[in-house]
Design a protein around this ligand. Structure first.
Ligand code: BYC
Length: 466
């Protein structure tokens, strides 16, 4: 198999025999996984996708009809910076690591495996959504997200194959063996084991969970391990579209709900998604996505920073002190049944620092959706729950909080849960609206059309040829 000719790349694959051999073994397993766990149906259909054929802006923004199994998954790294340095931590200013430093090998592999695991997990979560698409435009966006997540999987597999030898190859195989939501072999992070089986879930997932991706990748794009930094910089260019799908998708749902409420206050009677259900989906995905940043107080985050492996969001742009041994961070913790402030050495609080950046970004989305409500003349507003609400990882896990972040009893939480988080009936109602609309230019009743199409094409374009 002349493999490297089929794989667009800028990592000299044609000259790297060892990498070629590793990929030759992995590629058929990947295609088998895609066949079993990738999007259900539509595999033989032409989808108007963007295929990266080169890192230059011309090359990675190439749009055309492609059948998904023929999509040219590639391996791209941002061009190397001459004289790159470790940008933070104990080795600040030393030459960037071009190979894996022995003492950080396990930590680095763990970060790469965790990142890599999320990519196929999300495709597994979304695999049945095609059957209920609200429009061809949305169907195409779903498939673009799916194939690009696989590019990100490839990127992590490249790092494992190229830099970690035997155990890297084993980890790359395991990325195709775990399964989202499978109790015997679950995905590593919990948000990636949650069902994402209707389009409201999909928009909330791409808004909130993909946005965690933006912050994690940004932190890794600062890494002193240069191949990782360069890979993540390239991946970030694709992440923006995924968040766009979620942010504008939710905005369109909110807009349509507001329009339908203006017709009939009980939107269920006119086939809309009630605002209280939208709020519950926000509460669910925001809280699960907050967990993805890890514990508030974390020795792992301190070790990753000290080693120069994982920085802060925009480490170079936003900070002047790249050592961070001096400062402290005050956070709220639970002590003897009360919320109290605790001062934590800055390096141990870096998960929380990154989470804070993420929350600020999410708030901008909420402002946009509330503007959509205001534009339709509605006075109702959506909001983000407090960061302590419904957490399963870190300081707040094991305690119960209301939406404002007040500590409450388990019993109080249980009594209120159905008002705060999607119930089976809510999910069934949303599910009942999910009927496929596949006629060119048509859209489901529960969502507004987008304000424009993709890459200069109108909404009324045959984004998927059925
Ligand atoms: N679920 O010190 P701690 C994306 C574990 S999304 C389950 O608090 P740390 C995408 C942790 O493993 C971005 N377990 O946390 C989005 C540790 O276990 P051990 C993905 C969890 O390590 C949409 C223990 O708890 N990228 O790209 O500082 C579609 C204590 O750990 C969870 C990354 O995550 C959880 N949520 O931070 C497609 C970047 N959280 O060692 C793609 C790489 C923590 O005690 N990952 N644990 O057994 C990391 O940098 C870190 O591993 C984490 C955790 C930020 C995830």
């Amino acid at each position: 198999m002349n493999l490297y000719e089929r794989i667009p790349n800028n990592v000299n694959l044609s000259e790297d025999k060892r990498l070629q051999r590793a990929l030759e073994k992995w590629l058929p397993n990947f295609l088998a996984w895609w066949h079993d766990m990738g999007p259900e149906g539509f595999q033989e259909k032409d989808v108007w996708l963007r295929t990266a054929i080169d890192v230059g802006s011309e090359g990675w923004a190439h749009f055309d009809y492609v059948k998904m199994p023929e999509y040219r998954w590639g391996i791209f790294l941002e061009p190397a910076q001459p004289d790159a340095k470790v940008g933070f931590g104990d080795n600040y200013g030393a030459p960037a690591y071009q190979e894996v430093p022995g003492e950080f090998r396990n930590a680095l592999r763990r970060i790469i495996v965790t990142q890599g695991d999320t990519e196929p997990a999300s495709v597994e979560q979304q695999r049945r959504l095609g059957a209920t698409c609200p429009s061809l435009y949305d169907l195409r966006n779903l498939f673009r997200v799916n194939v690009e997540e696989c590019c990100h999987l490839w990127a992590m597999v490249y790092l494992l194959h190229a830099y970690f030898g035997r155990d890297g190859r084993d980890e790359a195989d395991a990325l195709l063996e775990r399964r989202s939501g499978n109790p015997d072999k679950p995905r590593i992070l919990e948000a990636f084991n949650q069902p994402c089986d209707d389009w409201l879930n999909f928009y909330a997932f791409t808004m909130f969970t993909d946005r965690d991706g933006k912050y994690q990748l940004s932190a890794l794009a600062e890494s002193g391990f240069e191949p990782l930094a360069r890979t993540c910089k390239f991946m970030l260019t694709e992440e923006a579209h995924h968040m766009f799908v979620g942010d504008t998708g939710l905005s369109r749902v909110v807009k349509r709900t507001a329009q339908l409420m203006n017709e009939n206050e009980d939107v269920r009677k006119v086939g809309g998604i009630p605002l209280d259900i939208i709020q519950k989906y926000i509460n669910f995905w925001f809280s699960y996505s907050l967990d993805l940043f890890g514990g508030e107080i974390s020795s792992n985050s301190a070790d990753f920073f000290a080693a120069g492996l994982k920085g802060r969001f925009k480490e170079q742009e936003q900070y002047t002190d790249h050592i961070a041994t001096e400062g402290s961070f005050t956070m709220t913790v639970v002590e003897n049944g009360k919320l109290v402030p605790r001062e934590v050495p800055l390096r141990n609080a870096l998960n929380e620092v990154l989470r804070g950046e993420y929350v600020k970004d999410c708030e901008k989305g909420l402002a946009r959706w509330n503007k959509a409500l205001a534009d339709e003349g509605r006075s109702e507003r959506l909001f983000l729950p407090n960061i302590r609400f419904h957490r399963h990882v870190g300081e707040y896990a094991g305690h119960s909080f209301d939406l404002e972040g007040n500590l409450i009893s388990k019993e109080e939480f249980a009594a209120k849960q159905s008002e705060w988080l999607p119930t089976v009936r809510d999910r069934e109602y949303v599910g009942s609206l999910m009927k496929p609309v596949t006629e060119v230019g048509k859209i489901a009743n529960w969502i507004a059309p987008p304000t424009s199409g993709i890459k200069g094409k109108p909404f009324e374009f045959e984004y998927v040829r059925l």
